[in-house]
Design a protein around this ligand. Structure first.
Ligand code: CTP
Length: 234
């Protein structure tokens, strides 16, 4: 067959560059309970993380998806549903010893109610309700230690100084790369179908991504990250 036809076929077929790799993806916004019926949450839809999990699976990876949002049913995706940051951390710990890539797309609530009321808070009982919040566990920071085999990709939702803030976060959390998206622009980012932003690597290199559907962006992010994964261990 002519070379042009082969090239076209290759472009149409999914890349299998994650064959034999283990990928762990988090998705969705955590829900931090106030009482049995209420929680503190955020606008994350889980779409970016789910797109990344599916893309990694198609490329041949064994994928564990830890998500707060019901995930697409897909053969080969091992899905764990969680609610809080603590639950997400507990689900991730046993998965990471074996993993090659952690994609931390979840929007973890930065603050959680300092106390969970055991019974439903009743309207008649109060005129005003004050919920005290405390700083939540930093899931990524907790998972940094002793994981040299693991490439850690974080996400950052920023409204100002995108590059500088994302770079500082990458350093602070000891990440290998971070994808920063601009949440001040309408139609992209948290909850939206499209996304755009900049991917920063620890070595200082960066790549910009124009607005596109999250599934397409997931492919482009993996195109950039997969060649930088640590050598295969198996
Ligand atoms: N993250 C996390 N645990 C938290 C908060 C964030 O693991 N409690 C992760 C997110 O999943 C993301 C990265 O850290 O991959 C950056 O999240 P972001 O909320 O932007 O960073 P923060 O450290 O919360 O910084 P700030 O809210 O001050 O911008």
């Amino acid at each position: 067959p002519p070379a042009a036809l082969l090239a076209a076929l290759e472009g149409a077929l999914p890349r299998r560059d994650l064959e034999g790799r283990r990928v762990v993806v988090t998705a969705g916004g955590t829900r931090e309970p106030i009482d049995p019926v209420r929680y503190i949450g955020n606008y994350s839809s889980g779409k970016m993380g789910h797109a990344l999990a599916l893309a990694a699976r198609q490329r041949g990876a064994q994928v564990s998806l830890v998500t707060t949002v019901a995930a697409p049913d897909h053969p080969g995706l091992e899905v764990q549903l969680v609610e809080t940051a603590e639950e997400m951390l507990a689900a991730l710990r046993p998965l990471l010893a074996d993993a090659d890539l952690l994609v931390m797309a979840a929007a973890v609530a930065d603050f959680r109610p300092a106390r969970r009321e055991p019974a439903k808070i009743r309207r008649e009982e109060r005129e005003r309700l004050v919920v005290e919040l405390e700083r939540n566990v930093d899931v990524l920071a907790e998972l940094v230690r002793g994981q040299e085999h693991l490439f850690r990709l974080g996400f950052a939702a920023e409204d100002l100084d995108l590059d500088a803030r994302a770079r500082a976060k990458l350093e602070r959390k000891g990440l290998d790369a971070i994808f920063a998206n601009d949440i001040s622009q309408p139609g992209i980012g948290l909850g939206a179908d499209d996304n755009a932003g900049v991917l920063l690597f620890r070595d200082g290199s960066r790549a910009e991504f124009e607005r596109m559907p999250k599934r397409m962006l997931a492919e482009r992010l993996l195109d950039a990250v997969v060649p930088r994964l640590p050598p295969r261990r198996r």
